[in-house]
Design a protein around this ligand. Structure first.
Ligand SMILES: Cc1cc2nc3c(=O)[nH]c(=O)nc-3n(C[C@H](O)[C@H](O)[C@H](O)COP(=O)(O)O)c2cc1C
Length: 131
């Protein structure tokens, strides 16, 4: 898996999308759960705090350039949906639109948040990905 898309509307309803490389799918006492790690500096973090919901969209082959772009520019000063010609897919359970070009879509409500301590990961991972 190279990366996921992840986006949701803020109060202004303009959808945003960012690439995530961290994603854990599992079960929390019968409840299907998707754990994501979101940097507090990202625009996504701000939108997530406002909306408390998100979608995770698994990209198709051939979307590598879009993954790279959405992981390197911010929705604060870019409309990544428009710039990357992505199509919002009508939502069902949450307000956040999904990315119709993706092949799997998860609709999520936030049920738990915690601070993630990068420094507690193995040293070789920290030096390789978070120098
Ligand atoms: C391959 C790849 C994986 C990434 N994974 C994550 C991640 O898991 N969590 C995260 O917070 N940022 C991750 N990023 C960085 C964000 O996508 C990047 O900071 C993005 O510009 C934030 O956009 P936003 O300001 O519109 O939210 C990743 C970037 C790339 C290129």
């Amino acid at each position: 898996m190279e990366g996921f898309f992840y986006q949701h509307p803020g109060k202004d309803e303009k959808p945003n999308v960012m690439t995530i490389g961290w994603g854990l799918v599992g079960i929390l006492r019968y409840k299907p759960t998707f754990a994501v790690a979101v940097r507090p500096t990202s625009y996504t973090y701000k939108l997530l705090k406002e909306s408390n919901e998100f979608t995770v969209n698994v990209p198709n082959r051939g979307m590598e350039k879009i993954i790279e772009y959405c992981g390197n520019v911010s929705g604060r000063d870019h409309d990544k949906f428009r710039e990357m010609d992505l199509t919002p897919l009508p939502r069902q359970r949450v307000k956040s639109p999904m990315v119709s070009e993706c092949i799997i879509h998860y609709e999520c409500n936030v049920i738990y948040k915690t601070k993630f301590e990068i420094s507690r990961l193995p040293k070789e991972i920290v030096s390789k990905y978070y120098p």
